[in-house]
Design a protein around this ligand. Structure first.
Ligand code: FES
Length: 141
C-alpha cells in the first residue's frame, strides 16, 4: 500500500514538474478576500473546475489579489502564477496577462492541462472588466 502511494507521488511529480507542485503545495494567494474591490468567476463545464478571483484595486494598481479554486493541481498552480504576475501591477499590465503568459510563467504544463490556464485568465479579465465597466453592467440589468 505504502509503495503505491509513493509511486503515485512520483508519477504526479513527473507529470506536473517542480514549478507546478511547489505552487500547489505551498500556495501564497489562496483564499477569499473580504476586502476585495471586485471579484469574478470562471468555470469549465467539461472538467467541472471553477475559480473565483478577488482583486483589491487602489487607484489603477492591483494592491492585492487572491483566489478560490475548486479543481486540479494545475488550476491551483495557474492561479498562483497569475497572482504572481498581476500582484502590484497596474491594470493595463494586468489586462495584458494571458493564459499563455501563465503557462510560460510556470515553465510549461502537460498538454492536457493547458486549458487550466484559461480559467485563471478568464476570471482575471472578467474581474477587470467588471471593475472598469460595472456602471454599464448596472445599466443593462
Ligand atoms: Fe480543468 Fe484543471 S482539469 S481546469
Amino acid at each position: 500500500m505504502r509503495r503505491r502511494e509513493r509511486s503515485f507521488s512520483f508519477e504526479v511529480a513527473h507529470r506536473y514538474g517542480e514549478s507546478v507542485l511547489r505552487r500547489f503545495y505551498q500556495p501564497r494567494y489562496a483564499g477569499r478576500m473580504d476586502s476585495a474591490t471586485v471579484s469574478a468567476s470562471a468555470g469549465n463545464p467539461a472538467c467541472g473546475d471553477t475559480v473565483t478571483l478577488f482583486l483589491r484595486i487602489d487607484g489603477v494598481t492591483v494592491a492585492a489579489v487572491s483566489y478560490l479554486a475548486c479543481g486540479c493541481p494545475a488550476l491551483v498552480a495557474c492561479c498562483e502564477a497569475l497572482c504572481e504576475l498581476v500582484d502590484g501591477k497596474d491594470l493595463d499590465s494586468a489586462w495584458e496577462v494571458t493564459d499563455e503568459a501563465v503557462v510560460a510563467h510556470l515553465g510549461g504544463l502537460p498538454p492536457q492541462k493547458v486549458h487550466c490556464s484559461a480559467l485563471a485568465a478568464v476570471a482575471l479579465h472578467r474581474a477587470i472588466w467588471r471593475y472598469l465597466f460595472s456602471d454599464l453592467e448596472e445599466e443593462h440589468k
